[in-house]
Write a protein that binds this ligand. Structure first.
Ligand code: PLP
Length: 206
């Protein structure tokens, strides 16, 4: 585990302490679903690669809220869910670097991913079909495409800027209320559209 800083962020210093020559995979969220904090993926990817580890990023809370460039981040794998970005449930995206995916064996088997099949042996089709066993979720893919077009038409930078404005305003107003503790950084630029808080004496399930 990478220890969090006092304000709930993941720092490069803490990551550097945790990632060692023994590390094989670094797995972390781009944006925390607990605090909305943004992780410095590019810098941590560089640390992972320095020791020969791969980095896998969960971008479920990042992709709908901010611009993400997997090549610039140098993420080896990057995953996100369709249903957190206005697409239906049941579809998501896993990006992976070709040289790594080429080396990996499929774990799901079925139609369309086989190249040749014999009685005891099979060979797999090339990427991406090797990982797409069975009938694909065609309706979900069309809907995810429409959701991406919709968000792109508004502009992800516009969405991000608006959310930053809302978060700043929420933090400012909530800080004036008595009995409220806000968790995570108070600087809106360090978080996405989420403010985590506690109301003194109120149980979250009440
Ligand atoms: C950061 C993060 N990763 C993964 C998930 C789970 O995604 P899914 O619902 O597609 O399984 C969530 C859901 O809240 C999330 O916030």
């Amino acid at each position: 585990y990478i220890e969090l800083e006092e304000d709930g962020t993941i720092s490069i210093e803490q990551a550097e302490k945790t990632i060692t020559e023994k590390t094989k995979i670094v797995a972390l969220a781009h944006v925390s679903n607990v605090l909305g904090t943004i992780t410095p993926i590019k810098e941590i990817a560089a640390l992972a690669h320095k020791v020969g580890a791969v980095i896998l990023v969960d971008g479920a809370q990042a992709v709908p809220h901010m611009e993400v460039n997997v090549v610039d981040l140098d993420a080896d794998f990057y995953a996100f869910s369709g249903h957190k970005m206005m697409a239906p449930t049941g579809i998501g995206v896993l990006y992976g670097k070709r040289e790594l995916l080429d080396k990996m064996e499929p774990t799901e088997f079925g139609g369309e991913m086989i190249d040749f099949v014999e009685l005891y042996d099979s060979t797999w089709k090339e990427l991406p079909w090797k990982f797409e066993a069975g009938t694909p979720i065609i309706g979900g893919a069309i809907a995810l495409g429409a959701a991406i077009d919709y968000l792109a038409a508004i502009g992800i930078d516009t969405i991000h800027a608006y959310e930053q404005e809302l978060v700043s305003y929420a933090i400012e107003q909530m800080s004036k209320l008595e009995g409220i503790t806000i968790y995570g950084p108070t600087d809106a630029s360090k978080r996405c559209g989420l403010v985590t808080f506690n109301i003194e004496g109120a149980h979250p399930h009440d």
